[in-house]
Write a protein that binds this ligand. Structure first.
Ligand code: SF4
Length: 230
């Protein structure tokens, strides 16, 4: 555990809260804390209001902690999501405060900050890493992001042995069979065994973009396990 730090000495910019979820932290009843700010601009991002980094959060971290205290015994875990939670420099201290309140802690991350992930990984119970594209083509999806950073984050997670999930939102405007094959091979070479495919939703038509049979077959041929989430 970290040295005890005063509640008021920790800052986390919180842009939103989901008070109860059964799907964001496997096996736990949890709340989700959405952190404000993200350096990337994925073309399909559903949380655009959380992207500006210069803004203070909608909620004070101290108020979130006080609310969570009232959920002790009802919730088992807290998920940091976003935005990009690792943008919050005091995430390790915040995770420690949650542990002291009796909660397990999960992290959803894009992998943009591997150095910060390395510090936070030992302090959390579960991590979900977004895979955006083949690592050398990240800029196409993220608006300029560097896939080498995400690749390093994946390496850290796999080396740590930490329970995790790798998930990819499969944008049909980007993913050809060739790109899906390249991405799956890169993941397999690093030792990834399971990929969750999240269906991309078209905001204009409000319809899910189905994954083609060819792409599904290609992923399933290369990776030991592929599952689909709508
Ligand atoms: S990394 Fe996540 S939060 Fe950031 S722009 Fe992409 S989808 Fe949105």
């Amino acid at each position: 555990m970290q040295p005890v730090i005063a509640v008021n000495d920790v800052t986390v910019n919180v842009g939103g809260i989901t008070p109860f979820t059964t799907i964001d932290f496997p096996g736990r009843l949890a709340a989700v804390v959405f952190c404000q700010g993200c350096p990337w601009r994925c073309r399909y991002c559903h949380n655009r209001h959380l992207l500006p980094t210069g803004e203070g959060g909608r909620y004070l971290w101290q108020d979130v902690l006080a609310w969570l205290k009232t959920r002790q015994g009802l919730l088992e875990g807290v998920v940091f999501s976003g935005g990009e939670p690792l943008l919050q420099k005091q995430l390790p201290e915040a995770a420690d405060q949650l542990h002291r309140q009796g909660f397990e802690v999960a992290l959803h991350t894009s992998g943009v900050y591997p150095e910060r992930l390395a510090k936070v990984l030992p302090l959390i119970e579960w991590v979900g890493l977004d895979i955006k594209a083949p690592f050398d083509e990240y800029r196409e999806i993220t608006g300029g992001g560097n896939g080498k950073r995400a690749c390093e984050s994946l390496r850290l997670i796999l080396e740590s042995g930490k329970p995790h999930e790798l998930r990819c939102t499969l944008d049909p405007r980007f993913f050809t069979v060739d790109r899906a094959e390249k991405m799956a091979k890169q993941l397999a070479e690093l030792g990834a065994s399971h990929l969750v495919i999240q269906v991309c939703r078209d905001e204009a038509s409000r319809r899910n973009q189905l994954v083609s049979k060819e792409i599904a077959a290609c992923l399933e041929n290369i990776l030991p396990a592929v599952t689909y989430r709508s």
